[in-house]
Design a binder for this molecule. Sequence first.
Ligand SMILES: *Cc1c(COP(=O)(O)O)cnc(C)c1O
Length: 432
Amino acid sequence: MKFVSTRGAAPAIGLSAAIAAGLAPDGGLYVPESLPRFAPREFDGRNDLPVIAAKLLAPFFAGDALAADLPAICAESFAFPAPLRELATPQDFVLELFHGPTAAFKDFGARFLVACLHRIRRETTQPLTILVATSGDTGAAVAAAFHRVQRFRVVILYPDGRVSPRQAHQLGVFGDNVRALRVAGAFDDCQHLVKRALADPALRSQVPLSSANSISLGRLLPQMACYAQASLAHWRAQNTHLNFVVPTGNLGNALACILARTCGLPIGRIALATNSNRTLADFFAGADYAPRASVATLANAMDVGAPSNFERLHWLYPNAAQLRGEFEVHAVDDAAIRATIHKRHACHGDVFCPHTSTAIRTLENLRERGESEPWAVVATAHPAKFDSIVEPLIGAPVPVPPALAELLARPSSAEPLDANYAALRRLLTPRA
Ligand SMILES: *Cc1c(COP(=O)(O)O)cnc(C)c1O
């Protein structure tokens, strides 16, 4: 399989090259030249996540140097489960993607990216520095995945004081080849600094740099596997399609769901839940696509005003009217996030993180409208990561899962950094 740019002005390249490159040279995002088409029964006899992932991703790896390693890459990346749990309310399900080491769905993509990059660079001796700007969850997932992997360094930039206390703690526990920088500024400042460094050829000739942001194919492709496993399990049990509500920021996770459906998996409708960042909601309501600055919300990992994967969605559905007919978007504000967390705990004893709560609220909207089909809400993070928001709303402590407890028990520290490019450059450059 070859990969082409969404902007159509870059040569088609293989998977390894596309993963290593990140952005295409014409500024576009890499997308598969064509999409494979599966019938659900082709997965018969396959139940485990790594096995389903290897089958689903094989066509994307065909002809690439990584193809023979795909089963091993999947085994390393899908080392924890993604259970589909039934809620007390009929036909409501939750797909839990937070059972990895940093308790957010990004663990799957980050581990897959490392498993690929590590092999792509196996002949290279020079270390590669991965620069990551994070609004909370990406940095920890990337740090955990690359921690102590030889020939890689990770530098994380996060907005000081604007991530949850436990997110901040997680970012600072790794040490070794991971540096956490708490930036005096907003997430947009962090992202701006990273973009500037990646666009600085003089710096890059001294310090080989790469990124691990949500446009990476190495993060996008593996996320399809969780949707495949859940929809196949549902198909086998009930012989119907499963619909999904996906909490959405940069559209990576939602796009994986959409791609899995396009590849023939038994997925029905897809609804996108956002927070008060209304770029997608306004576009789907008929306005022109208008990226804008982000606003801070309780669901901080979805504080995105310019969803980076929108360009891929547009590539898949070039006709705006058709695209609008394909999905619906519900924007859920902080008051509704709070009310939903409180109510679901009071009524059913369920505890959701603020991100998942936007999707729960969206499902409630659909049910109020009379939807009776089976729907699965995607739970993108464990609520214990956001204890400072969730615990006051439910009036009880949130039990901490063992992997997260282990991280929180370690000491944590981050280096301060001014939101200033010269300061970052100094810090990245080896002293003479
Ligand atoms: C990153 C993140 C999201 C948003 O995912 P996208 O792929 O950027 O749309 C939602 N919830 C949580 C907990 C996240 O960490």
